[in-house]
Design a protein around this ligand. Structure first.
Ligand SMILES: [Zn+2]
Length: 221
């Protein structure tokens, strides 16, 4: 895929996410890993709804800006996830309402912020880890993400928002949307004792669709 097409894809998905209210103001950012080891990253203080393909930050393999505007200040979040997920080619980070709300609930399991509620959450997002609260720009968040050792493609930063990796930008966007929608379902059903997927139903999905979940990884390796 040409870099021009990838730049257009970042703008197209960014606008779609923004217009659906999935990240407000100039929050949220997107990055793509390129074949030469460099990155395309959304600029700092840029709304995902109004990106200019020609001003997207282009970084070389060492992370130095080679063209475009200065990159998002949240680039360490992306770098930490790329470093532990060798197959990741794209990362989406949003400040999406329901996922942020979920991150503040007292009962959240840090190894799986959501129970297995729908097949598509498991198929697209897998299982999501909670990373405890860090002030924006705190380098300790990098260590926290690296501490998950690449077992999760999606993490939820407490009181902040999701960071989701995918093998393509489309995959990362769809996984982030599933995380947000499933967080919304969780909040709608909280206290109503809903039926979640049973362990047998989860095992069936894992087998049929080849889903890689952290526990399953633990059993196989
Ligand atoms: Zn953020």
């Amino acid at each position: 895929m040409t870099e021009t097409k990838l730049r257009d894809d970042i703008c197209r998905f960014g606008r779609s996410l923004f217009e659906r209210g999935l990240t407000p103001g100039s929050s949220g950012n997107i990055s793509l890993r390129l074949d030469d080891g460099g990155w395309l990253v959304t600029p700092t203080n840029a709304s995902l709804g109004f990106l200019d393909p020609g001003r997207i930050s282009r970084l070389d393999a060492q992370g130095r800006l080679t063209s475009g505007d200065a990159p998002t200040k949240e680039i360490p979040l992306h770098t930490a996830l790329y470093q532990t997920r060798a197959e990741a080619r794209a990362i989406v980070h949003l400040h999406s309402t329901h996922a942020v709300a979920l991150s503040m609930l007292p009962e959240i399991d840090s190894k799986a912020v959501l129970p297995p509620m729908t097949p598509y959450y498991l198929m697209r997002a897998g299982q999501t880890a909670l990373v405890s609260y860090h002030r924006p720009g705190d380098p300790a968040v990098v260590a926290a993400i690296k501490g998950l050792a690449g077992r999760y493609s999606s993490v939820l930063l407490a009181n902040h928002g999701p960071v989701v990796a995918g093998e393509t930008l489309e995959a990362a966007v769809f996984a982030t949307e599933e995380l947000e929608e499933t967080a919304k379902l969780y909040l709608l059903l909280r206290g109503l004792n809903p039926r979640h997927l049973s362990p047998e139903q989860v095992a069936d999905l894992v087998r049929v669709f080849g889903i890689s979940l952290p526990e399953q990884d633990g059993h196989h390796h």
